[in-house]
Structures are given as structure tokens and as C-alpha cells.
Design a protein around this ligand. Structure first.
Ligand SMILES: NC(=O)c1ccc[n+]([C@@H]2O[C@H](COP(=O)([O-])OP(=O)(O)OC[C@H]3O[C@@H](n4cnc5c(N)ncnc54)[C@H](OP(=O)(O)O)[C@@H]3O)[C@@H](O)[C@H]2O)c1
Length: 290
């Protein structure tokens, strides 16, 4: 696989890391960046992530055979609209947005129809850092990338997007847009809500200084993701509100049950819940425990 000109719109953690990984793999000739802040883009040039940039989306996508959109979900629609009529005939458009139904709706609204060379995607990788300075070439090594090709997607475009991610060391799978949004609501969006909700609740308690002074170990691990970009997460919640609301309601029931079990002092049931959770985590998350 070879990319002649890659345009990255939103040269942050996700977009910048893709550019770095493709450069490291030697599969891209030129990388053009696009974004609002000159400081971030100048830094991306000096770090060797991009070769040049434009603040104008229409100008940045000119002549590109691969366009990767990695702006927050709330900026997708305007970004697509700005590239309308400016794309090369062979240009493939893909994205890294954390929810997929909203991105597809935005593309439809912006282009008037779904472009044949549009293949939505989502790398299941990230950190709580953002901006070009946070980007690194290994981010996608051995990580999963989900593509959600549409009925309108040209199979050749899907093959090229798959090859692009594989060149970054990722394992690519495909699923429907709806299934993606349900799975990610459960595995990523819900845990982020728990972290944000927990830290916010504690921070608003009177004794918060005292509480945070003694926070360590488990609290630090569990709440690391509450340091993630608030704008990005606001957009994800709005974009995936149906699936996420369903997950939150189911989880609230689980918590109410747990509270009830604790209030009853039902030690046997507590042990049953914790053992079930431990064995599921050991099996699925750590592949045998740690
Ligand atoms: N972080 C993760 O863990 C993760 C994982 C998977 C997918 N994603 C998805 O990847 C996308 C990018 O996330 P990220 O973590 O890379 O964020 P990021 O580091 O903040 O990068 C986003 C970039 O988009 C640009 N941008 C922000 N608002 C914009 C706007 N209104 N119009 C145009 N450009 C704008 C920013 O540059 P300027 O401010 O200069 O415009 C910034 O460089 C999001 O859609 C997110 O859902 C994130």
C-alpha cells in the first residue's frame, strides 16, 4: 500500500499518530495537515508529523488520495461540508471519530449523498493527552481498528483503508455502524462517564481536599480517563446518546442492586458478584490475569 498524499484534518493525538505511523512504515509520500491553531500545526511541522498545512479544509484536501478526518465529533459536519467539490476523483475519505452513526449522518448532510469512497472508521486506541505533541507512531501497534463500511462504500476504498491501518500495526475488523455504537457505548463511553461522574461527585463534596489528599492506587488508575479532553467527550455523549443512555440506565440498575446488597449486608452475594467480575476481567481484559 502506498499513499501519495495524506491529508490529516485535526492534527492531534489520533490524526498525528496516524501520520507518524504511516511515515515510520514508509508508506506515505507527503502529509498535509489542517486545523485552526497555527501553533499546533507549526509544532506538527517541526516534529516532522506533517510536511505543510493549510487552515482551509478545501485547500488542504486538494490532490490528496487519502483524507483522514480526526476532529472532535461536533466539528465533523462542517469539515465534510468544506471539502465538498474540492476532492480529487480518487480521494478516499475516512475518519477516526469515536461514534459512527453521527459521522455518517454528518457526511450525508454535508455531501447530500454518501460518497462512494467514504469509509468510516475508529481506532480503539488513545491516551488522555491531546494535540500534535501527544502523537506517537506506536499508538496503533497491536491495537484494534473498527471499520464500518457502508452499503455505498466502494470495496476498493475499504481495502485501502484497511491496508493503511495494517501498515500502522493495527488489527482491523469490520462491523455495522449500529453495532459499533452499542459496543463502544459499553466498553469505552460508559467507563468514561463513570470516571468523570466519580471525580466530579467527589470534587463537589465539602471535604474534597481531604478526599483527594488520600487518593492513590486504585483511585488514580480508575480515574485517569477523567483527565481526557472535555470537548471530545461532550461530543461523544451527544453523538452516541441513544446507546449510551441505555448503557447508563442498565448500569444504574446494577449499582442500585449492589447498594441494596451492601445495605442488607449480604456477604455471600457480594462475593458472588466480585468473583464473577474478577474472572470476566482476568479472562477478557488481561488474557489470563496479571
Ligand atoms: N483520544 C482518544 O482516546 C480517541 C480515541 C479514538 C478516537 N478518538 C476520536 O478522534 C478524534 C480526535 O481526537 P484526538 O484525541 O486526536 O483529539 P485532539 O488531540 O484534541 O485533536 C483534535 C484536533 O482537531 C482540531 N480541532 C478541534 N476542534 C476543531 C474544530 N471545531 N474544527 C476543526 N478542527 C478542530 C484540533 O486542532 P485545532 O484546535 O488547531 O483546530 C486538534 O488538533 C475525535 O473525533 C475523537 O472522538 C479519540
Amino acid at each position: 500500500m502506498k499513499i501519495r498524499r495524506l491529508t490529516v484534518i485535526g492534527v492531534g493525538l489520533i490524526g498525528g499518530s496516524l501520520a507518524r505511523a504511516l511515515r515510520a512504515a514508509g508508506v506515505v509520500d507527503e502529509v498535509v495537515g489542517c486545523g485552526r491553531s497555527a501553533a499546533n500545526l507549526d509544532q506538527a511541522v517541526s516534529l516532522g508529523i506533517i510536511d505543510r498545512y493549510s487552515h482551509d479544509v478545501g485547500e488542504a484536501v486538494q490532490g490528496a488520495d487519502m483524507v483522514f478526518v480526526a476532529v472532535p465529533l461536533g466539528a465533523m459536519r462542517d469539515t465534510f461540508a468544506a471539502m465538498q467539490g474540492k476532492l480529487a476523483p480518487d480521494a478516499i475519505i475516512t475518519d477516526g471519530g469515536s461514534a459512527k452513526a453521527s459521522v455518517v449522518a454528518d457526511a450525508l448532510a454535508a455531501f447530500g449523498e454518501l460518497p462512494a469512497r467514504f469509509v468510516p472508521g475508529h481506532p480503539i486506541a488513545g491516551t488522555e493527552k491531546n494535540g500534535a505533541a501527544a502523537a506517537f507512531a506506536e499508538l496503533y501497534h497491536d491495537r484494534r481498528v473498527i471499520l464500518t463500511p457502508l452499503a455505498t462504500s466502494d470495496p476498493d476504498a475499504t481495502t485501502r483503508v484497511r491496508a493503511m491501518w495494517e501498515a500502522c500495526g493495527a488489527e482491523v475488523s469490520e462491523m455495522s455502524v449500529e453495532h459499533h455504537d452499542e459496543v463502544l457505548a459499553a466498553t469505552s463511553h460508559l467507563p468514561h462517564m463513570l470516571a468523570f461522574g466519580l471525580v466530579d461527585a467527589l470534587a463537589r463534596m465539602k471535604e474534597n481536599d481531604e478526599i483527594f489528599r488520600y487518593a492513590a492506587g486504585g483511585f488514580r488508575d480508575f480515574t485517569r480517563i477523567a483527565s481526557s479532553n472535555p470537548v471530545m467527550w461532550r461530543d461523544i455523549c451527544v453523538a452516541n446518546k441513544t446507546a449510551l443512555s441505555k448503557m447508563l440506565a442498565a448500569f444504574a440498575e446494577e449499582m442500585a442492586d449492589l447498594a441494596d446488597t451492601i445495605a442488607r449486608g449480604d456477604a455471600e452475594h457480594l462475593l458472588e458478584v466480585f468473583e464473577r467480575a474478577k474472572s470476566a476481567r482476568d479472562r477478557f481484559v488481561d488474557g489470563g490475569g496479571k
